[in-house]
Design a protein around this ligand. Sequence first.
Ligand code: ADP
Length: 440
Amino acid sequence: MIGNPGEVRRCILIVEDSRTQAEALRSFLEDSGFSTSVAPSGEKALEYLRASKVDLVVSDIIMPGMSGLELCQALRADPELGDIPFMLLTSLVDPLDVIRGLESGADNYVTKPYDEAQLLRRIGRTFERRARPRSSTTPSPIEITFLGSRFAVRSEREQILDVLISSFEDIARANVSLRAAEEERAVLYAQERQARRDAEEARARAEEANLAKSEFLAMMSHDLRTPLNAIAGYSELLALGVRGPVTAPQLADLERIQRNQRHLLNLVNDILSYAKIETGTIPLEMAPVKLEANVRPLRAVIEPQAAKRGITYEYLGGDPNAVVMADLERLEQVLINLLGNAVKFTADGGRVTMRCFTRDGMGIIEVTDTGIGIPESKIKVIFDPFVQVDANRGKRDGVGLGLAISRKLAQAMGGEIEVRSEVGVGSTFTVSLKLVEPAA
Ligand code: ADP
């Protein structure tokens, strides 16, 4: 506490147009042992000072109406009020504020946002200096040129010294925090550079690994397909009896060999497709594709598969004018995969439907089944490679690449695949592709 404890509290008039700032300062000064009053403008401050005695004025500089500097000048020119100690609060936006303060006759200043200890020190010093005897003659003005402007300072030497010491103190503090900020910036910069280098290295490593993986897959798939084709060829020769008579049990075994060969070949083909998509080596032949005319004929592919399981397949039609941008062969691959899955994951006697329509500039093909559905927790991941919903694993064909390939293809064509599903009710997969604007 610097406001004389036990004695009458010294009274400070706070002149501040911001109510929140005035309140913060008021509560701090009250806690430090002063009594305070607040004036919201220079004009109100003058009125107050004419009616009440205060020991110090602490005033903001920039206020609507009379500024802090003008208030100080008005006080100094007033024979009754000329001697009231006066401190300015400056945000130091303008470095000339300090000199202008001196010129107006202010005792000292504090920069905003103020440091509490510093504010108390400066108030204390002002009171101390004011308590010392002063010369009775008015000091002659000192001419100062600062930043190209001339100022006439009339203050006493001690008062000038006070202000100069204060500004020196501020500069020293600013310097310290500037240096600290610079050091911090240098550290941050070094950290950021290191992080960028690390990220770059990690990206390069990941790219290399990805490429190596895809190259390996592509090579393996090729090396696997050649012997698989040989197995198909020779078992067919045997089945045809080219190498001699074949018994019925031998024929049944040959059929099993052929079925497994086809299954393995499908898997290898899927892996090869996926690896090619990953390495970006699938060329797309994008062209306008009439949806209705190209989707309807897929019935020929899917109906026989569905019929074998007693599943009804129905094409529900679509807008005959809808034309999308797509690679037709790839679009067919995607739809056949979705239709195949719909049949694969639907119980015998179920129903699979397909329809197309347009919405928000997109041509949409929807494949719906009354199958087992996909649990909520798996919906997000079934488009990831090698993901299969556990319950289905092993019971059905596939390695879990079909949807991953389909999504990559749809995205490569500028479209998307999405799914809605409910366990035990069925699933709907939608492929959306950009519509070709009809020629004006
Ligand atoms: P695969 O069919 O080879 O398992 P996919 O990538 O085509 O691989 O499908 C991944 C998984 O998504 C399937 O294993 C299955 O669990 C689930 N799934 C795909 N389509 C359907 C569908 N129509 N109904 C229910 N589950 C499906």
